[in-house]
Design a protein around this ligand. Structure first.
Ligand code: FMN
Length: 147
C-alpha cells in the first residue's frame, strides 16, 4: 500500500486546514497517511518514509518559521535521494517573498538529492472555494505519482 508522511507547521491554523485537504486528496487515491504537526514530529520517523508531504507557513521575511526549524535542519543533514516530496504552503501576498518558506524547503530538498514531484502549491492565507478543490487535487496528484 502507498504511504505518505504528511507533516505541517501552523501557527494560526491556515496550513493545518490546507493539510486536511491534502490528506483528503491522498485518501481518495487509497494512500495511507500519517499526519503530524511538526511540533510533535520525530524527524527520524518522518524521514524514514519514501513519500513525504510538507506544508509550511512563512514567517519573518520569507523565512522558515521557528517551529519548523528543527525539522528543516534535520532534513538538511539527511541524504534525501530516492525520496519523493509534495510541498504546499500558506502565506500572504502582501509580503515580498510569498510563501518563501516553501521555496526554502524546495531548494534544500533539491540540494539533498530529494525530488519534489509536482510544482509546490502556494495558497493565500486559508484555502477557500476553488483553492480547496486545488488543494485536494494536489494531494490526489501526489497519490498518483508515488509508488
Ligand atoms: C510576522 C509575520 C511575517 C510573515 N511573513 C510572511 C512572508 O514573508 N511571506 C508570506 O508569504 N507570508 C508571510 N506571513 C503570512 C503567514 O505566512 C500567513 O498568514 C500564513 O497563512 C499563516 O499560516 P498558519 O495559519 O498556518 O500559521 C507572515 C505573517 C506574520 C504575522
Amino acid at each position: 500500500m502507498k504511504e505518505v508522511a504528511l507533516v505541517y507547521a501552523t501557527m494560526s491554523g491556515n496550513t493545518e486546514f490546507a493539510a486536511d485537504f491534502i490528506e483528503e486528496g491522498l485518501l481518495k487515491k487509497g494512500v495511507s497517511v500519517k499526519k503530524t504537526d511538526v511540533l510533535d514530529a520525530d524527524s527520524d520517523d518522518i524521514l524514514s518514509y519514501e513519500n513525504i508531504a510538507i506544508g509550511v507557513y512563512t514567517w519573518g521575511d520569507g523565512d522558515v518559521p521557528d517551529d519548523a526549524l528543527d525539522f528543516y535542519e534535520d532534513m538538511e543533514e539527511t541524504d534525501l535521494s530516492g525520496k519523493q516530496f509534495l510541498l504546499f504552503g500558506t502565506g500572504d501576498t502582501a509580503y515580498a517573498d510569498f510563501c518563501g518558506a516553501v521555496d526554502r524547503f524546495e531548494e534544500m530538498i533539491n540540494e539533498q538529492g530529494g525530488t519534489v514531484v509536482i510544482a509546490p502549491l502556494k495558497i493565500e492565507e486559508s484555502p477557500e472555494g476553488q483553492e480547496i478543490t486545488d488543494t485536494v487535487n494536489h494531494g490526489a496528484a501526489f497519490g498518483d505519482k508515488i509508488s
